[in-house]
Design a protein around this ligand. Sequence first.
Ligand code: A2P
Length: 345
Amino acid sequence: MSQKVRVAILGATGAVGTELLELLASRQFPLASLKLLASERSAGKTLDFRGESLLIEAVNERSFQDVDIVLASAGGSTSKAWAKTIVESGATMIDNSSAFRMNPEVPLVVPEINPDSVDNHRGIIANPNCTTILLGVAIWPLHQVQAIERVVVSTYQSASGAGARAMEEVKEQAQAILDNRQPPTNSFPYPLAFNLFPHNTPINGQGYCEEEMKMVNETRKIFACPELRVSATCVRVPVLRAHSESVNLEFSQPFSVVKAREILQSAPGVKLVEDWDANYFPMPIDATGRDEVLVGRIRQDISHPNGLELWLCGDQIRKGAALNAVQIAELLVKKNLVGSRLATV
Ligand code: A2P
């Protein structure tokens, strides 16, 4: 990578924003400059980057004039509010929100799966939903060998998906419950500490919540498989920052466990974690802070001759959000595709 790039992080103070900062530093991203943007609440505060104190600015109309890539992670409404300004300023927006993911003009990218879909970007590239990224990285290599016909997935999603404030709230809830006090519930509808509940996004007429439908629709778009049958059940669990998923895959003919293990052993972005004797498999505490999706418990589905079962854990903030966005930025630099192509937003 020889080209140096001017980057802005929109939402720099958030859970994903601070991880983006860490990744840009640790991956030696070829930065020409870095701008930290957030709301008025954070303006004037600073964050450390490569030993320097960088000032946080409140985002405004002129924020993107001297920027090539905007890594946006400040929520869907903020992304929608600034997308036009970003693209018209000539920058490329890599958006972590769900605002543009299903827009047919916007590539939805997991670099291990569909890197070439960035080629036709028109200024905005969407980072998929965290659970979708983790699932995709783990099952795409199998799909390449034998097409998956149906996916049934159950998620165990950590508090980090709801942001930095929600992670703090789970700790406060745990302390309150231990102290026999009423736990605070500002970020979630119910206490999450010592509890779990189905994902708290709106439910559609078929009984699926928004998070579950993101897994269905986004997996189909990323895999370029509009007919892929996917059914998801998404659950929030009192884990701070890595998601887990129980995955059942159905193929048109049997898929040997030995072959699946062999494929996943060398698959990009995947680490096989299986010690059957010790009953040791992926856990969120082991996935936290790691780049790879940990996969294990690969076994034949005893209820279906063409079925495979597996279990995965991945850091929601890292590969599920910030790392995937930085990898997309690296891909743009490698392909010399930095800059907007004036999308209609
Ligand atoms: P701020 O800290 O100033 O509120 P998280 O997902 O962890 O909750 O983080 C959300 C990020 O989005 C934070 O950096 C937050 O900044 C930022 N943000 C929220 N609302 C806005 C807004 N209206 N304009 C710019 N940044 C925003």
